[in-house]
Design a protein around this ligand. Structure first.
Ligand code: C2E
Ligand code: MG
Ligand code: MG
Ligand code: MG
Length: 274
């Protein structure tokens, strides 16, 4: 009987695996095509100064709508692109469209303040030409108008390499944020050696800090540590006025989240913010 049940579980598991793999193969083919036809788009989410509520910049977030599969979430297609060797091509297109958008806002006399942040994947750090390529792709845009976000986990995958690359990026004038901070395992020793000017506090801590004194202590400690290292803090996932109030109290510099605005297309973003 036990054996029978185990066999049944096994079959259900195998079916689910097979379906997941099929979806992956299909999505990979569609994504390859979407990249070839440059069909990925960007949404923009405001980043604001917590004390004044004014815009300090935005994060560019990649979006993909497929005719057959509908909207595919970046949580699915970014890891897929990483796994299937498509992430460098995707990353290039994101930088190009982000810069094209900055120029277009400028042409429309929509003043974009601060900097536009673009996410980089771990594998993009393996490219020894990364800094030069980013400079080339952002031709016509000043480096200080762009920031790059790299997750703590991605930086810690090969910390020595990350130290070198972050210093290179900083050296040419790009700014750099450590994304999803608090979820990885960086040591304080590495933290000070990465050339990052901003820490983005992962949204899990922000969401839990209202109910948990532990999470509040974590957020407060991250802010104090960032300040000691001369870095700014951005809280992610700010959804409620209570988040804003507590983050202000704890001395956090900036915030990003649904409370201020969801990621939206360039026109909506400009109408609301620029
Ligand atoms: P991330 O860089 O940490 O981006 C923040 C994510 O949090 C975005 O999800 C955003 O829509 C979501 N978010 C913002 N405010 C709130 C809030 O108040 N509440 C909640 N629940 N969520 C909020 P999104 O757009 O689905 O992107 C997911 C992840 O995909 C990003 O996380 C980033 O790691 C990756 N990603 C997106 N675009 C790119 C890209 O162009 N290149 C690379 N390499 N990764 C990207
Ligand atoms: Mg990010
Ligand atoms: Mg994040
Ligand atoms: Mg994330």
């Amino acid at each position: 009987n036990h054996a029978k049940q185990a066999r049944r579980h096994r079959r259900v598991f195998d079916d689910a695996m097979a379906r997941a793999l099929q979806r992956k193969e299909a999505l990979q083919a569609r994504l390859t095509r979407a990249l070839r036809n440059q069909q990925l788009t960007l949404h923009f989410q405001p980043q604001v100064d917590l004390a004044s509520g004014t815009l300090t910049g935005a994060e560019a977030l990649c979006r993909w709508h497929d005719e057959e599969w509908g909207w595919v979430s970046p949580g699915e297609f970014i890891p897929l692109a990483e796994e299937r060797g498509l992430i460098n091509q995707l990353g290039h297109q994101v930088v190009r469209s982000a810069c094209r958008q900055l120029k277009q806002w400028e042409a429309q006399e929509r003043h974009f303040p601060g900097r536009l942040s673009i996410n980089l994947s771990a594998q993009q750090l393996d490219n020894p030409q990364l800094t030069n390529q980013l400079l080339r792709l952002s031709n016509g845009i000043l480096p200080r108008q762009l920031g790059f976000e790299i997750t703590e986990t991605a930086l810690m995958r090969a910390p020595q390499q990350a130290i070198r690359i972050t210093r290179e990026l900083q050296g040419v004038g790009f700014s750099l944020a450590i994304d999803d901070f608090g979820t990885g395992y960086s040591s304080l020793n590495y933290l000070k050696r990465f050339a990052a000017d901003t820490l983005k506090i992962d949204m899990t801590f922000v969401h839990d800090m209202l109910d948990s004194s532990h999470d509040r202590a974590i957020v407060s400690t991250i802010i104090a540590m960032a300040r000691a290292l001369g870095m700014k803090t951005v809280a992610e996932g700010v959804e409620r006025r209570e988040h804003v109030e507590l983050l202000c109290e704890l001395g956090c510099d900036q915030a990003q989240g649904f409370y201020y605005g969801r990621p939206t297309d360039a026109d909506d973003f400009a109408d609301r913010w620029l």
